[in-house]
Design a protein around this ligand. Structure first.
Ligand code: PGA
Length: 273
């Protein structure tokens, strides 16, 4: 089994392993979280782990239970859905990067569109949070994505590049190499979203690939990923993994995505040899 926290990819279009992760958003109590993690652990095989890097981002209260259930040497990385840019202080109701790290997280999700829309996250605060994550040796997972009207105006690429540059431009190349970017168009996310047609994503990934291939750890796609569209989404140029909500909240759905990713990586490797 690859050791926990090992670098999974060389970056760019052909990462060694596909990153397949889920955020639970504001779902699951402790017992459900532990059961999910237990079932995942029971079903991980070395074969799959050669080709897939799993990660899970529970609610804050479930980080420790999930880390404990997975066990100290688990190859499954655990993240937090948000963290403040300051290390400590008078910020009632917030949680800091050292605190989520202390709970066992190694990834910090930053700038999900639900946080930008409902909680005032801005490009500036995403930059501060990326810097805080890097400062503490954590892996930032920066979420970017355009709303429907920007897509309709044909400005998706410009919009998401502004979000990415605004959050990442201050980083050195080695720091940038730790970053995961999840492109999650707002029109595709959640119950109100619709599954994308792959051709709708080509331009955005071309723009992101042009800037960030071989520079960040991986570019992920997120938004209405299902077991039916996962293989197609993984076939898109520049896509190095998937970031999933609803489909993966049931661990069986997550495991199915795993199998799809493993088969995809296996067949693309065969195609190369
Ligand atoms: P979804 O959520 O897969 O349920 O659309 C994706 C996300 O918000 O990251």
């Amino acid at each position: 089994m690859p050791p926990r926290g090992s670098s999974a990819t060389t970056g760019g279009t052909t990462p060694e392993r596909l990153w397949i992760g889920t955020s639970w958003k504001m779902n699951k109590l402790g017992a459900d979280a532990r059961a999910w993690a237990d079932t995942l652990t029971e079903n991980l095989s070395e074969d799959v782990l050669e080709r897939v890097q799993p990660f899970v981002i529970p609610s804050f209260t479930a980080i420790s239970p999930v880390v404990q259930s997975l066990g100290g040497r688990s190859p499954v990385l655990v993240g937090a859905q948000n963290a403040h840019w300051e290390d400590s202080g008078a910020w009632t109701g917030e949680i800091s990067v050292p605190q989520v790290k202390d709970a066992g997280a190694s990834i910090v999700e930053i700038g999900h569109s639900e946080r930008r829309t409902h909680f005032g996250e801005t490009i500036e605060t995403t930059r501060w949070k990326v810097e805080a994550a890097i400062r503490h040796g954590m892996r930032p997972l920066l979420c970017i994505g355009e709303p429907e009207d920007i897509k309709a105006a044909g400005q998706s690429a410009e919009y998401i590049l502004e979000q990415a540059h605004g959050a990442l431009d201050g980083l050195t190349e080695p720091e940038l190499g730790k970053v995961l970017i999840a492109y999650e168009p707002m029109w595709a996310i959640g119950d109100a979203g619709r599954p994308p047609r792959t051709e709708e994503l080509v331009e955005a990934f071309a723009a992101l690939g042009n800037e960030y291939d071989h520079r960040v750890e991986a570019l992920l796609y997120g938004g209405s990923v299902t077991v039916d569209n996962a293989a197609q989404l993984l076939s898109l140029d520049h896509v190095g993994g998937l970031f999933v909500g609803r489909t993966a909240w049931d661990v069986q759905g997550y495991l199915e995505l795993f199998r799809i990713a493993e088969a995809h990586r296996r067949s693309s490797a065969d195609g190369l040899s």
